[in-house]
Design a binder for this molecule. Structure first.
Ligand code: TRP
Length: 371
């Protein structure tokens, strides 16, 4: 029996991250490696401390290179298939922190081609509308405009295509079939697409005409693409990119699912107005008991509670306060209604600020685009 599935285009069931480390062949993010990061960053980001980022590939190598003075650049991306939700921000927030701490350049890829190929219902016009809206969220995160370039696959294809071809020549149909589960009936664009997602993992080396290490922060569903990249890059004379992998922020309907833009009630969008946030959170599944009386007596279960995960992933960055939230749930001191109201307030405070930055971003989008 398969209890969960994680592919770039489908995440289903309750993900067992330990098993995923085995299945994908990842390395766990250990205290030793976090100590090495801390050597350069002084503190540790809460997303690392809490193991929301839980796995990596070659991060030890990347840090050893950095130690030797061989600086790395960052690469991450977004497939513009809809509005941005809070879950999407998780890898971007760590990326921004890494950019600041390591003074690193960032390539941010917008895969408008991918979403056109994989989502029948989307037109080219529609993916570009989403792309523009998503770029505002990316910029609102606060990336350094002098050190960040957004790559839009369709618009910037003349930069990407020669490099994608080099990847393609080393990649067979049987490999992509095995990695992604494509069928004879898959469209041919889908079969080629991973070549394009590979390119930014070595584009800095192409442009600088010397090898530059690359670190890719991503949600773990994107890892299969980069297994291919890591296989092919050395054949083209480039380093394998290093990767850090994050978990998924659970759906508001329960932790068995990823948040999904296609089901608006499962997630909070960055553009949601306060009333909408209130409604979504008040209707969320929780780890609470059936009655207040039972909850006072037996306490709730944070481990299965999306509301708790929202605090853990984002909305309570102080470890002591998070512990208090957890304890007063387990002891029955706080009931779900109260806990939810506190969360709504925090989300709305964050969104007010984010939406303000998002509007400001409209004026500076051009600074982030490739020339
Ligand atoms: N395919 C990703 C998505 O659907 C977007 C993406 C492109 C990406 N390049 C990436 C994500 C690198 C993480 C890292 O969202």
């Amino acid at each position: 029996m398969v209890e969960f599935i994680v592919t770039p285009w489908e995440v289903k069931g309750k993900v067992d991250y330990k098993k995923l480390i085995e299945q994908f062949g990842l390395k766990e993010l250990t205290p030793e490696i976090l100590e090495k990061i801390k050597k350069y960053t002084k503190q540790l980001h809460f997303l690392l401390r809490r193991r929301i980022f839980f796995a990596h590939r070659d991060l030890d190598w990347l840090l050893a290179e950095f130690e030797k003075g061989n600086k790395f650049y960052l690469y991450t991306g977004r497939g513009p298939s809809g509005k941005t939700h809070i879950g999407h921000l998780i890898p971007w927030i760590l990326t921004k922190w890494l950019q600041d701490k390591f003074d690193a350049k960032l390539y941010f890829q917008m895969t408008n081609d991918e979403k056109f190929l994989f989502k029948r219902e989307l037109t080219l016009e529609k993916v570009d509308e989403f792309m523009y809206e998503n770029m505002l969220d990316v910029i609102a995160i606060g990336f350094n405009p002098r050190k960040t370039k957004i790559i839009r696959d369709i618009q910037d294809i003349s930069l990407l295509y020669p490099e994608a071809l080099k990847v393609a020549r080393h990649l067979t149909f049987s490999t992509v079939k095995a990695v992604f589960g494509f069928k004879e009936s898959s469209n041919v664009g889908q079969i080629f697409f991973t070549c394009l997602q590979s390119v930014p993992a070595f584009i800095e080396s192409v442009l600088r005409k010397r090898n530059v290490p690359c670190l890719i922060p991503l949600a773990v569903d994107q890892d299969p693409h980069f297994r291919i990249t890591r296989d092919v890059a050395p054949k083209l004379g480039y380093y394998k990119p290093a990767i850090v992998h994050s978990k998924f922020l659970p759906s508001l309907k329960g932790i068995g699912e990823k948040m999904s833009s296609s089901e608006p009630e499962t997630c909070v969008f960055t553009t949601d107005p306060p009333e909408q946030v209130e409604k979504k959170i008040m209707n969320a599944f929780t780890g609470g008991r059936d009655t207040a009386q039972e909850q006072r007596k037996y306490g709730g279960n944070p481990q299965i509670c999306p509301v708790y995960y929202y605090y853990l992933f984002f909305f309570e960055q102080d470890d002591k306060k998070l512990k208090e939230i957890e304890e007063s749930c387990k002891s029955g001191k706080t009931l779900c209604g109260e806990c939810k109201r506190m969360l709504i307030e925090k989300i709305n405070k964050f969104l007010k600020e984010h939406q303000r930055k998002r509007e400001k971003a409209r004026r500076i989008v051009n600074k982030f685009l490739l020339k």
